[in-house]
Design a protein around this ligand. Structure first.
Ligand SMILES: *[C@@H]1O[C@H](CO)[C@@H](O)[C@H](O)[C@H]1NC(C)=O
Ligand SMILES: *[C@@H]1O[C@H](CO)[C@@H](O)[C@H](O)[C@H]1NC(C)=O
Ligand SMILES: *[C@@H]1O[C@H](CO)[C@@H](O)[C@H](O)[C@H]1NC(C)=O
Ligand SMILES: *[C@@H]1O[C@H](CO)[C@@H](O)[C@H](O)[C@H]1NC(C)=O
Ligand SMILES: *[C@@H]1O[C@H](CO)[C@@H](O)[C@H](O)[C@H]1NC(C)=O
Ligand SMILES: *[C@@H]1O[C@H](CO)[C@@H](O)[C@H](O)[C@H]1NC(C)=O
Ligand SMILES: *[C@@H]1O[C@H](CO)[C@@H](O)[C@H](O)[C@H]1NC(C)=O
Length: 801
């Protein structure tokens, strides 16, 4: 029974150990083995057979073996890029039928034999040393193929002939050294996107390695796919005429609508020529990134007419020229009559206002050096809807507002990540059309609320210095979404200024006790993110939690991001798990509970008295304590009168009650251990003496006299005498040596008037009542024993009778 369990345990342990030590992770049904950057010379042995993703990139593996991959029948993704493989027999992958993704880029592959698994969707052979593309002949039946990366020095139509049957999404072609190109070859490809990566070489070498006219390649490239990417256009420096004649390559008959030029080194004049050529071509989206500009800049002649261009993007511009007239640069862009323009990370400090009514609807000048002098008083950006000025040098909110004054169509303005301030008296004017304003990471404080566009619906103010929402701010009637995350707020904002608010972000502030009436005041809020605040977990937060729970809306980040910060004892506890009882937070409930407890105590005390005879127990206990105290006192200084005592008690009773005395009283008092001596007339009376003598003798030698009272007792003459003597002694020696046990109740009228002493004693109620309930007997006997218990002199001295 235990055997298999232990075996499985060991197996699991070994497996988890193996997995952890190799950076492997379980994710849903995926088992990833990541051996990237491990300086491996071979594929590791004994990989888990369930591995679905295997990353072997950045190693020095030069040979792949069938035994490396045959156990991995579940393998879907295999990355062996950046290794040292020069030849590959695809037989090594014949057991990996599920393989979908294979990256063999950046090896030294020059030869491949065999066919790849047919299910491959992604096959990357780029950045290798293939001479020609002869391996492509084998790809004709890979119908799942979406992505294909290739590299070659010689490109022929014959090699690519089979590829025409495939519907590819992306082809990446890297040409380190292009020694020959057969015109028309690229057009054999059937792909949405073609990306040609030209060699990254130092300028001087370009010409020496290009043995073919690049214009032929370009010409074909522009007729192959809708999206064309060209990387590393650095090699034509010595041929400025090439760019001038770009128009001969890019024209309205090409099929490219999106052109991406990446890593481009150009003179200003060549750049203008390229843009001009593209301007009159089929290209609608033109993106230039990593542009290195050199040589002088002069005012360019540009024909803006007749273009299909919809969006022009220039990003990451590195200008290697220092002295030029900025206006010569800016005017080229500002006069473009196209809908969208983006100039990112280009160090521009200014932009001209278009001279005519402009068609720009979207302008993005993020990550530049623009100041708030831009577009002041500019009345020609009438169509502009979205204006992004992220991460510039704008610093006056009033001037940013004034800039928009004439932009009648402006809806979205993003001026985030600018060092913006607002000062009272600066004046405030905004285009009323603005609905989205992004003022995040802008260093503004709460004074920003005094100057905001009145119709704004979405306002992003996260990561600023806002402490509170000052009173008397402008009412934003249509504001729906307000992001105040990462500020220094100490409470939730007051919704009375934003009656339409639906989405609120206040995470990462310093809110300790969110006001509990927030959701009552903010009826329209349906989503709130208040996570990662230093919540103070006390009664106030409880209201907030319960309100949050009741609200139908969405609490973003609940419960992970909502934790107690104070008090220390509950720090880190999720609010969801924080409970305080209703009582500890609600005084009226507390009072009610105290009242209920008091009533319950009273009722139970009453019940105890009524049904369990509590007073009887109390009386007995009181008696017991009294007796104990007295015994302790007497034992410390035994009084002289004990000297004559022989018995602990003398018992007087009626003959009718004899059976109770003999069967119950005496056995229970003497307990058979000899510590208590009882004087009982049948046993201890001395024959020959008169009964009276005997009784007197007995009473005098006893510490206590116990009288068993019952109606029978009262009828007994002897008893009267006994009582008399005892009573007599009681008064003469001033010691309460009398113990009355009421065996059966005696109605007062039954006691004859001659027994006035008995009557008086009974009236004082100083008797012990014999309880009918068996459960009370124990205490009764204990009490009685305690009452008569006393250290008498040693037995040999006492038994003289
Ligand atoms: C493997 O780790 C590297 C970092 O060493 C990481 O870049 C790569 O994405 C990881 N691969 C997978 C499949 O997660
Ligand atoms: C290898 O390729 C996989 C699949 O695309 C990818 O997740 C992983 O990040 C790549 N490894 C590296 C080091 O880039
Ligand atoms: C790469 O493989 C070649 C043989 O194909 C070998 O000569 C060379 O030493 C290998 N390089 C490394 C770094 O392993
Ligand atoms: C490309 O040509 C250069 C110069 O002829 C040569 O040194 C280099 O090894 C070649 N690159 C490849 C990948 O064949
Ligand atoms: C393609 O290159 C391979 C390896 O360099 C060579 O064996 C083959 O003959 C070449 N094919 C053509 C058609 O040139
Ligand atoms: C620019 O547009 C505005 C409003 O549409 C119009 O009043 C004005 O005449 C236009 N100006 C020119 C030069 O077309
Ligand atoms: C505001 O801009 C920041 C970047 O500066 C961005 O992360 C955030 O999503 C933008 N907010 C909105 C509402 O678009």
């Amino acid at each position: 029974m235990g055997g298999p369990v232990i075996y499985i345990f060991i197996l699991c342990y070994a497996l988890s150990f193996a997995l952890c030590s190799n950076n492997q992770l379980f994710a849903a049904n995926e088992l990833t083995a990541n051996y990237s950057h491990k300086n491996l010379l071979n594929v590791p042995k004994s990989l888990p057979s369930l591995t679905t993703v295997l990353d072997l990139s950045y190693n020095e593996i030069s040979v792949l073996l069938t035994s490396d991959f045959s156990p991995l029948s579940k393998l879907k993704v295999l990355n062996i890029s950046h290794n040292n493989i020069s030849e590959l027999d695809t037989e090594v992958l014949k057991f990996n039928k599920d393989l979908e993704y294979l990256d063999l880029s950046r090896n030294h592959l020059w030869n491949i034999a065999g066919t790849f698994p047919e299910g491959l969707g992604h096959l990357d052979l780029s950045f290798n040393s293939f001479r020609n593309l002869s391996m492509c002949k084998e790809f004709g039946n890979m119908l799942q193929l979406q992505f294909l990366g290739l590299s070659a020095e010689e490109i022929t139509k014959f090699a690519l002939k089979e590829m025409g049957t495939l519907q590819l999404h992306t082809v990446v072609l890297t040409v380190e050294n292009l020694s020959s190109y057969e015109p028309g070859s690229l057009q054999m490809l059937n792909t949405e996107k073609l990306h040609i990566v030209l060699p990254m070489r130092h300028r001087e070498h370009y010409y020496t390695i290009m043995y073919t006219d690049p214009r032929v390649v370009m010409y074909d490239a522009f007729k192959t796919s809708k999206t064309l990417g060209l990387s590393n256009i650095l090699f034509l420096l010595n041929d400025p005429m090439f760019w001038r004649s770009f128009s001969g390559v890019v024209d309205k008959h090409s099929i490219v609508s999106t052109l991406i030029l990446d890593n481009v080194l150009l003179s200003w004049n060549d750049l203008v020529a390229v843009i001009q050529a593209v301007w009159h071509s089929s290209v609608e989206y033109f993106i230039v990134s990593e542009l290195f500009l050199w040589s002088f800049i002069q005012k360019a002649q540009f024909d803006y007419s007749n273009t299909l261009m919809k969006a022009f993007t220039v990003k990451h511009v590195h200008i290697e020229i220092f002295e030029f007239d900025q206006n010569d640069v800016y005017s080229l862009f500002s006069e473009m009559m196209i809908p969208r323009m983006t100039i990112n990370d280009a160090n521009i400090v200014f932009m001209l206002c278009p001279s005519k009514n402009s068609s720009f609807t979207y302008l993005d000048f993020s990550s530049n050096e623009l100041t708030d002098d831009i577009f002041q008083g500019c009345g020609t950006l009438l169509s502009l809807e979205t204006f992004v000025l992220q991460q510039n040098k704008l610093d006056k909110l009033s001037k940013v507002g004034a800039m928009t004054a004439q932009m009648k169509s402006l809806r979205n303005l993003d001026v985030s990540q600018n060092p913006i301030q607002y000062e009272d008296g600066d004046g405030c004017y905004w285009s009323e059309s603005i609905v989205t304003l992004n003022l995040s990471s802008a260093e503004v404080d709460e004074s920003v609320f005094k100057c905001l566009p009145v119709n704004v619906e979405t306002l992003d103010l996260h990561n600023n210095q806002i402490l509170t929402l000052p009173a008397g701010i402008t009412k934003l009637k249509v504001l729906k979404e307000l992001n105040l995350a990462s500020n220094r707020l100490t409470n939730l904002p007051d919704c009375s200024y934003f009656p339409s608010l639906a989405v609120l972000g206040v995470e990462m502030n310093t809110i300790q006790s969110p006001s509990s009436d927030f959701l009552q005041k903010c009826k329209n809020v349906r989503a709130i993110n208040a996570g990662n605040n230093p919540f103070q977990c006390d009664c106030d937060i409880r209201d907030f939690i319960s309100q949050e729970k009741q609200s139908a809306g969405d609490i973003t980040g609940w419960p992970e991001s909502y934790r107690c910060q104070y008090p220390e004892s509950v720090k880190g506890t999720q609010l969801k798990d924080f409970h305080l009882t209703e009582i500890s937070c609600n005084t009226s409930i507390l009072l009610v509970v105290i009242f209920i407890i008091i009533v319950a105590v009273v009722i139970s005390v009453f019940g105890l008295c009524k049904y369990l005879d509590l007073p009887w127990y109390l009386k007995m206990m009181w008696q017991w304590t009294k007796t104990k105290n007295r015994i302790n006192a007497t034992n410390r200084n035994p009084p002289a009168l004990h000297k004559n005592l022989v018995y602990h008690a003398f018992i007087s009773y009626s003959q009718h009650d004899a059976s109770w005395v003999k069967n119950d009283l005496i056995p229970n008092l003497e307990k058979g251990d000899g510590s208590i001596h009882i004087c009982q007339h049948e046993r201890n009376f001395v024959p020959g003496r008169s009964i009276i003598e005997n009784i007197i003798n007995c009473i005098e030698k006893s510490y206590k006299s116990i009288f068993v009272l019952s109606p029978n007792f009262i009828q007994s003459e002897w008893c009267h005498y006994e009582l008399y003597f005892a009573h007599h002694r009681l008064f003469t020696e001033n010691s309460d040596s009398l113990i009355l046990i009421l065996l059966e109740p005696i109605p007062q009228y039954l006691i004859p008037s001659k027994y006035y002493k008995l009557k008086a004693l009974m009236a004082k109620r100083t008797y012990l009542e014999w309880p009918k309930e068996k459960s009370k007997h124990g205490l009764f006997w204990a009490n009685l024993r305690a009452a008569i218990n006393i250290n008498l002199f040693p037995p040999e001295e006492i038994c003289i009778i």
